[in-house]
Design a protein around this ligand. Structure first.
Ligand code: ADP
Ligand code: MG
Length: 714
């Protein structure tokens, strides 16, 4: 008797997801060694944490089509084909290590089948002379003759007209890793597919029908057992279905967490407007219209009783720090403290100097807290923050260590968000459970990415640059012209200009990078004299600070550096930046680097030195850089060229990237998923209804643990 669907719902649903979340070593043929290889391939923390669903999330990158049977004369070159030939001869290897050659014919020509290993007995059995054999593999033409080395498939057939068996169908091709063969992986994926249960539908029926999306299980099957060569493309219904599931899981998780955060009460802050007005009047410059607008938006959030969760997006040099400064001043006006977290020591120190110079004169105490300050300084800073004597703390990761306590942490400002993990941000937030949060990013993240990373966070955008800024002229120059570039640099230095010279970082070889930067420093010093400084990843802090100070003061005119010319470094009168091997940098990174100049009132130049010949993508990047200074446009282009992980720098920081979704292709789905998630939380915030229960499975499948915990906590 079938169980009544209504009563059965809860139990069946919990039981049914089991096979997908089970460890891969539960699949037949997976021992400890193979489980380790799979964990590695699937980028999982350990074999035990590698689930069947992770294996099924490993998508084919393409599909080999073996269905087309071709005649020998029509065989393609350097492509996979399937041919049917009659075996006419076996040629034994002529010398050791030479291949064995099997010749087969059809009416149109002769095909060589080549093996570098394998015994005669095996050849005789698999390729009997006078019999028909069907082979499929990569065909290559040599001296006008087609050849297949080590065919992927070999099958005896009765003759050329025998219909092709299933072995000669469509075959998914997966990214591989050492220690696994394509055959083994395909077998495991197949076994995994067989365990996929029928799951309750968590998507809205009318939506599925409108978008013509298949059910979850069918979609997995369609990707791994393709029935068309297009099955794995981003626009296939199966990919879109799973991409939507993945995006919905992430949006729903964000919505659930956000919903819990919102209902936590914030504090309605009050301050004296006259103080803020005086602060603005005292600035050496006028705020830009978008700084003004952003400050007004932040001030409304601070004054409201809910918690602020706001992103300040602004291109490099747009003056985000000022917005943070005003927010901190407002909080201080209410007796609240602020913590500003910067990505590096250097940037923290710079923010500290900016804030202290403006805030201390109006009686707002600012302290620096990094790993680099002396013990005595640290002890006094900690005291002042705990007692409330200091209102603003500027620092790095050191800020969220457990020793750091605030009397009343009202505001957390995170600069360059993507360098910090979400949990670090939360750790800092927890020091002030009702604190407001401001995130500042110089990567002008496209809207789609804001959504995918932060959910629907409030956003203020700094769209205009401070008045008087000169545009940066960007040119791409071949490395072969380097002598001319150095001569022009010498002339500029003689006129009193300052320049950065950036040498690229090749991740795999830090020693070589260092050498490149060191030798560039040497040649520049030879030509320009002792006005060239050098900083790189290994430069001791004291030395680095000395060099940076000398560059800022003007006793050094040129700063040679590896990419440690960190995001956020501010030397307003630097007017030239030369980026060597610009073709090795991503678009956003180039734009960030370029943002080191063009911060003052003098015209600036950016020279992109590239090594010819350029690949298509590199060429397009340099062209975009040349054509525009608009960070938002650049970010959109970068997303198209590279995908979201690199753009945000999350690949290194370990934040999750998507497996099924590709934001450049599935941006429309992301927006729908965000709306869908918001609606779900608005109508069923505990996910208790029928769809809600199914959605809990979705969250579990995509490991949205934090959201699940919040749901459990109620
Ligand atoms: P970013 O948005 O890149 O973090 P910063 O906040 O570091 O920009 O500001 C860049 C430079 O512009 C700093 O030297 C800062 O003092 C200056 N600045 C900020 N706002 C203005 C303004 N409205 N007018 C002129 N200069 C400004
Ligand atoms: Mg900044």
């Amino acid at each position: 008797m079938p169980p009544s669907p209504k009563r059965d719902v809860g139990v069946t649903r919990i039981l049914d997801i089991g096979p997908l979340t089970r460890a891969v070593n539960r699949l037949p043929g997976v021992g400890p060694a193979r489980a380790e290889r799979l964990a590695h391939l699937l980028a999982r923390p350990s074999a035990a944490e590698t689930r069947v669903f992770d294996l099924l999330s490993h998508l084919p990158t393409s599909v080999i089509d073996r269905r087309q049977l071709v005649a020998v004369a029509d065989a393609p070159d350097k492509a996979v084909a399937t041919l049917t030939v009659k075996i006419v001869r076996h040629d034994k290897p002529r010398r050791p290590n030479a291949p064995a050659r099997i010749l087969g014919e059809d009416e149109t020509g002769t095909l060589s089948i080549v093996y570098f290993r394998g015994g005669e007995a095996w050849f005789a059995g698999a390729f009997p002379i006078g019999e028909w054999v069907r082979v499929s593999g990569l065909v290559e033409w040599w001296d006008g003759k087609p050849q297949i080395a080590h065919p992927d498939k070999v099958e005896r057939v009765s003759g050329p007209n025998e219909p092709a068996s299933d072995a000669f169908g469509l075959e998914p091709v997966y990214p591989m890793t050492q220690g696994l063969t394509p055959g083994v992986l395909a077998g495991l994926v197949g076994a995994a597919l067989d365990t996929v249960p029928e799951l309750p539908e968590w998507l809205d029926g009318p939506f599925l029908a409108r978008e013509k999306l298949p059910p979850f299980r069918d979609a997995l099957v369609a990707l791994h057992r393709p029935e068309t060569p297009h099955a794995v493309l981003p626009e296939s219904p199966a990919r879109r279905r799973l991409a939507y599931d993945e995006l919905l899981a992430s949006q729903l998780a964000l919505a659930v967490v956000r919903d819990r955060e919102r209902t936590q009460k914030g504090v309605a802050r009050r301050w004296d407007e006259a103080t803020i007005a005086a602060l603005e009047k005292g600035l050496p410059f006028a705020l830009t219209p978008s700084q003004r607008l952003a400050i007004a938006e932040v001030s409304a959030d601070l004054a409201a009783p809910h918690r602020m969760i706001r992103l300040i997006q602004g291109d490099v040099g747009s003056g985000k720090t000022m917005v943070a400064l005003f927010a901190a001043a407002m909080a201080a006006g209410d007796g609240g403290q602020s913590a500003l977290m910067a990505p590096t020591d250097l940037v923290a120190r710079q923010h500290f100097e900016t804030l202290a110079a403006i805030l201390e004169p109006v009686g707002i105490r600012v302290r620096l807290l990094t790993g680099r300050i002396s013990d005595a300084e640290r002890a006094s800073a900690l005291d002042e923050l705990a007692s409330g004597a200091a209102s603003v703390a500027v620092g790095t990761h050191a800020l969220f260590q457990s020793k750091v306590a605030f009397r009343d942490l009202a505001l957390v400002v995170v600069d360059e968000q993507h360098r910090f993990g979400v949990h670090q941000r939360m750790a800092l937030s927890e020091k002030g459970p009702r604190s407001d949060l401001l995130v500042m990013t110089a990567t002008p993240i496209p809207r789609t990415l804001v959504l995918s990373q932060f959910g629907d966070m409030d956003v203020s955008r700094l769209t205009d640059k401070p008045a008087g800024r000169q545009p940066i002229e960007t040119r791409a120059v071949a490395l072969s012209q380097i002598d001319t570039v150095v001569e022009r640099l010498a002339a500029a230095v003689a006129r009193g200009e300052k320049a950065y010279w950036v040498c690229p970082l090749v991740e795999e070889n830090a020693a070589l990078d260092l050498e490149a930067a060191t030798s560039r420093h040497r040649t520049l010093t030879q030509r320009l004299g002792p006005v060239v400084g050098l900083i790189h990843g290994k430069t001791p802090t004291a030395e680095r600070e000395r060099v940076m100070t000398a560059f800022r003061d003007g006793s050094l005119s040129v700063l040679t550096a590896t990419t440690v010319v960190e995001v956020g470094v501010d030397v307003p009168d630097a007017t030239i930046i030369v980026i060597e091997h610009a073709e090795r940098f991503g678009l956003s990174q180039l734009h960030q680097l370029r943002g080191r100049v063009g911060r003052g009132d003098r015209p600036s130049h950016c020279l992109l030195l590239y090594k010819a010949p350029l690949g298509a993508i590199a060429r397009q990047r340099l062209e975009t850089m040349r054509a525009t200074n608009d960070g938002f446009k650049i970010a959109e282009d970068d997303l198209k060229l590279r995908g979201e992980g690199e753009l945000l720098g999350t690949r290194q920081s370990g934040a999750p990237t998507f497996k099924f979704a590709d934001l450049a292709q599935h941006g429309d789905l992301l927006r729908t998923a965000a709306d869908d998630a918001r609606l779900v939380v608005a109508t069923d915030r505990d996910l208790k209804g029928a769809r809600g229960a199914a959605l809990r499975l979705l969250l579990a499948l995509f490991e949205r643990r934090r959201a699940i915990e919040r749901l459990r906590a109620g």
